[in-house]
Design a protein around this ligand. Structure first.
Ligand code: NAD
Length: 310
């Protein structure tokens, strides 16, 4: 059986269109959704991710305001930038491109952000709300994986999902989201301490590879008909390519595609979803801010009217 290839670009285009429509409705109310993108240093992968996000924002009628800082920027200065962005009412979302230079504590920077502007969903308050089922932004890549499963009609209710990777930005949040009652999967997390990941993946209805190890998932590790979602993005040296490298996922794509029921390609699978979910978070942050202002106006108007009638 050959797997159905999941077209992440097509699903992402649908999500981007939704973001564009909602951004246009806000624009009609005089609000242009704006994401502040903070980048410290010149890491080439980070530069290309930031460029892709800014292009997508522009395509959806939103503003990307870039704050580029030198690699040697001090933590206090970076925290000052975050505080200023927290206070700036024209900025609805803040994204700090990771990784930060090693002398800066990522946790301190992320925790300094106003959770209402935390469109990456990395702030401890956002993570807490995600786990507890409260309101808040969901992290873009795990949320994108969930939307792909839903849009492709991949059954999750009672399914066994095996995640490879336990990072704070992919593996752990995915485990929390997949085990939510409305998704209802049974979740196993494999990581560097797992003795034999194949033991678990062979039993899995859904495999989500997020380890950053090219070729980690071989066909022998996959059950016939399983859904295989490849989050991994690995730059592998390739002298035949103009860039000198090519992108590979964590899945041995060809052989696994022969056996799986569904598979995401790399590139063109999960990657476009991450950007699309970011756009939806930015537009939601702008909607929340605009509604808070009009709610405050209505409340103060009602108070004034009540005062007049007293
Ligand atoms: P990370 O390095 O922070 O975490 C990797 C995790 O994989 C760790 O928890 C580790 O325990 C686990 N791991 C490593 N080797 C393993 C093995 N052999 N078996 C099982 N588990 C193993 O990485 P991350 O930030 O979570 O990213 C993971 C991958 O996903 C990377 O390739 C990254 O580039 C990619 N990524 C893609 C997107 C996207 O939008 N497509 C977004 C974020 C990350």
């Amino acid at each position: 059986m050959a797997a159905k290839i999941i077209d992440g670009k097509a699903v992402a285009a649908k999500m981007r269109e939704e973001a564009r429509t909602r951004a246009a409705a806000l624009e009609a109310r005089g609000v242009r959704p704006c994401l502040a993108v903070v980048l410290a240093g010149e890491d080439p992968a980070s530069l290309s991710y930031v460029a892709a996000k800014e292009k997508a924002l522009a395509g959806a009628g939103m503003e990307g305001r870039e704050f580029r800082l030198p690699a040697g920027v001090g933590e206090a200065e970076l925290l000052g930038v975050i505080n200023a962005l927290n206070a700036d009412e024209t900025v609805h979302g803040i994204l700090v491109q990771l990784p930060l230079p090693s002398h800066i504590r990522e946790k301190a920077v992320i925790s300094a952000m106003d959770p209402a502007k935390d469109v990456d969903g990395f702030h401890p308050v956002s993570v807490g709300n995600m786990v507890l089922g409260g309101k808040g932004f969901l992290p873009c890549t795990p949320h994108g994986v969930l939307v792909l499963l839903r849009e492709e009609g991949i059954p999750t209710d009672g399914a066994h999902a095996v995640i490879l990777g336990r990072s704070n930005i992919v593996g752990k949040p995915l485990a929390a989201l997949l085990s939510r009652r409305e998704v209802n999967a049974t979740v196993t997390i494999c990581h560097t301490g797992t003795r034999n990941p194949g033991l678990y993946t062979k039993e899995a209805d859904i495999i989500i590879a997020a380890a950053g190890r090219p070729g980690l998932i071989s066909a022998g590790m996959v059950k016939e008909g399983a859904a295989v979602i490849d989050v991994g993005v690995n730059r592998v040296a390739d002298s035949s390519s103009k860039k000198g490298y090519r992108l590979l996922g964590d899945v041995d794509y060809g052989p696994v595609a022969e056996k799986a029921g569904w598979i995401t390609p790399v590139p063109g699978g999960v990657g476009p979803m991450t950007v699309a979910m970011l756009l939806l978070n930015v537009v939601e942050a702008a909607e929340n801010a605009a509604n808070a202002v009009s709610g405050a106006n209505t409340a103060s108007g009602a108070r004034a009217a009540a005062a007049r009638h007293d």
